[in-house]
Write a protein that binds this ligand. Structure first.
Ligand SMILES: NC(=O)c1ccc[n+]([C@@H]2O[C@H](COP(=O)([O-])OP(=O)(O)OC[C@H]3O[C@@H](n4cnc5c(N)ncnc54)[C@H](O)[C@@H]3O)[C@@H](O)[C@H]2O)c1
Length: 338
């Protein structure tokens, strides 16, 4: 298998930096790029990324705000929020990189302009490149502290998935492969909406029963849309499905959940998003709403989140609406064909 040395990460946020630290810890030559020189100056001058407070950057990790510094990387990772992925890969395409450069997306969400999965957006900008999605239950704060974590490398090309698995596996980061890019990306993008909803129920001071029901029925919705879009049902029972849902809905590391808590406590939605920062679930709620109509899939929790986020819906009333829907069988298919 090819020996990879040079890796670049686009985006100096918490997640890009944590993955850069992990790759550097296994001997790779890693450079983190940011479009914002001030971010880079601050990290270099303090030896810390303010998005990962208290964690010292390893000396061997390089930082730059010049895109040309990453042009010779063998692997380029995209780690900017989903709304910025298209503009960042457009810059890469304009600069020109060799077709052999492997692209790995670790952001979670949809392209806000097209509703595309992010790997599709990247492929459109750089059609000659092979793309892998690296996703799973992972808080940047924990990966940066080398807390054992498992991820999934999804690619339609088996050799590439195996190579990415080999490159990113460390004694603290276990990487599985999966050929189902649709399922892996969908799970990662839509669980953020469920996490926002889980936070809302926490903010409303509802209980563990409510959250368990929300997560489980939320997973059904993810699976329903995922299947309609061509994903495999098995993927949603795996790390990037139920695994990512658990980690996001139950942790205070999750900005989606924290934004939800504020909303549940009565903070206006836009103010809550401003306070927390990158809240992918807020954007994904709008895009999932478009996708569920496009694929004709029933997603009542998504509808409720959309109403709260974009139509001024009252969170507690939406909970009542969900609880008083017509009763049904738990499983989508059972009895329909009997
Ligand atoms: N934080 C996590 O634990 C975690 C884990 C897995 C996946 N993710 C995903 O990774 C992505 C990034 O999350 P994060 O937590 O690192 O976000 P962040 O808010 O910590 O950082 C985002 C970084 O992206 C860059 N950026 C922001 N706007 C940009 C623009 N318009 N143009 C170019 N670059 C821009 C900046 O360098 C910024 O620091 C998100 O899609 C998120 O869902 C995050």
């Amino acid at each position: 298998m090819k020996d990879v040395k040079k890796i670049a990460v686009l985006g100096s946020g918490g997640w890009g930096t944590a993955m850069a630290m992990s790759a550097a810890s296994s001997g790779h030559d890693v450079t983190v790029w940011s479009a914002f020189p001030a971010e880079i100056e601050r990290i270099v001058s303090t030896g810390e990324n303010p998005l990962l407070p208290g964690i010292k950057m390893p000396k061997e990790l390089k930082f730059t705000s010049e895109l040309k510094d990453v042009a010779d990387a063998e692997i380029i990772i995209t780690a900017v929020p989903s709304f910025a992925t298209a503009s960042v890969v457009a810059k890469l395409a304009e600069m020109g990189i060799p077709a052999s450069t492997l692209l790995v997306n670790i952001s979670k969400g949809f392209d806000p302009a097209t509703c595309d999965r992010l790997s599709v957006t990247i492929q459109k900008a750089l059609p000659d490149h092979t793309i892998t999605v690296l996703s799973g239950p992972s808080h940047a704060e924990e990966v940066a502290r080398e807390i054992p974590t498992a991820l999934v490398a999804a690619s339609s090309d088996k050799e590439t998935a195996l190579l990415i698995q080999q490159v990113f596996t460390t004694p603290r980061l276990r990487v599985y492969t999966n050929k189902d890019m649709v399922g892996v990306e969908l799970g990662g993008a839509i669980k953020n909406v469920i996490a926002l909803a889980a936070g809302i129920t926490d903010g409303l001071k509802l209980g563990d029963n409510t959250k368990a029901a929300l997560m489980t029925r939320g997973l059904s919705e993810i699976g329903r849309l995922g299947k309609a879009m061509g994903g495999s049902e098995k993927t949603f029972a795996g790390l990037t499905g139920v695994g990512d849902l658990i980690v996001t809905c139950t942790s205070m590391h999750s900005r989606n959940r924290r934004a939800g808590i504020l909303i549940g406590e009565g903070v206006p939605v836009e103010e809550a998003i401003k306070i927390i920062g990158t809240v992918e679930g807020y954007h994904a709620a709008r895009l999932a709403h478009i996708l569920k109509d496009r694929y004709q899939v029933e997603m009542p929790i998504m509808d409720a989140c959309y109403k709260v986020c974009y139509e001024g819906g009252n969170a507690l009333e939406e909970v009542t609406q969900l609880m008083t829907r017509p009763t049904r069988h738990e499983d989508d298919d059972t009895w329909l064909n009997d």
